[in-house]
Design a protein around this ligand. Structure first.
Ligand code: TZP
Ligand code: MG
Length: 210
């Protein structure tokens, strides 16, 4: 069980999964390599998997993340999170609302909510989110329907709302310097890590630059 006071630290380099980006490379080995190199939290995000496959992946990732003492968050699916005893759930604006998620998963688990505006961020905090995702920061081919958030809005949310934050969307090592001054607790990354052939080496580079 993760201590919520640790949340800011574990958001630092938050790996979000996408099996498509791996293009046939081994899913579990890829995630384990990233964990060994230092990612601080993992979110299982499976937009195309049916329940059975999703649950199987969640259980296996639970074993791997436990071995390294890394929190595991499940995207969208509260049922899967409960069944694999994940550390929490991440929901977007069109998913089950945070208070309902809380009723199901209990007060000790983590709820993350995706936000794009100061109003959404305020509401997420009020409704009991433990952290908020802010994005899309830069355009990305990983999520084509994503809408960009201006950097001054990101800055305003981080300054005005007292809640751990993670920035997401199109973030890579070249763009990270631009974001550091915003003082987000961390960064959520898919392709800039998972598209690399040497995931371990890539994560090491991230660790030294953030
Ligand atoms: N939500 C907003 S952008 C995004 C999600 C899940 C995709 C982020 O992926 P990448 O490859 O790091 O841009
Ligand atoms: Mg969602």
């Amino acid at each position: 069980m993760i201590n919520k006071n640790e949340l800011k630290n574990v958001l630092k380099l938050y790996l979000v999964t996408d099996s498509q980006i791996l293009e046939g490379r081994d899913f579990y080995k890829s995630i384990e390599d990233a964990i060994k190199a230092g990612v601080t939290m993992v979110q299982l995000r499976e937009k195309n998997a049916l329940g059975k496959e999703f649950l199987e992946k969640a259980k296996k990732l639970r074993e791997i993340t436990r071995k390294y003492n890394i929190p595991l968050i499940i995207n969208d699916r509260v049922d899967i999170a409960m069944l694999c005893d994940a550390d929490g759930v991440h929901v977007g604006q069109s998913d089950i609302d945070a208070p309902s998620v809380r009723r199901l998963i209990g007060r000790d688990k983590i709820i993350g909510v995706s936000t794009r505006t100061i109003e959404e961020a305020n509401l997420a905090k009020k409704e009991g989110a433990d952290y908020i995702g802010i994005g899309t920061i830069f355009s990305t081919s990983t999520k084509l329907d994503a809408k960009l958030v201006q950097l001054n809005t990101v800055e305003e949310i981080i300054k005005k709302i007292d809640i751990p934050t993670v920035l997401i969307g199109g973030i890579d090592l070249k763009k990270i310097d631009k974001l550091k001054k915003l003082n987000s607790s961390g960064y959520a990354i898919i392709s800039a890590i998972l598209k690399e052939n040497d995931i371990y080496h890539e994560v090491k580079k991230w660790i030294s630059s953030i």
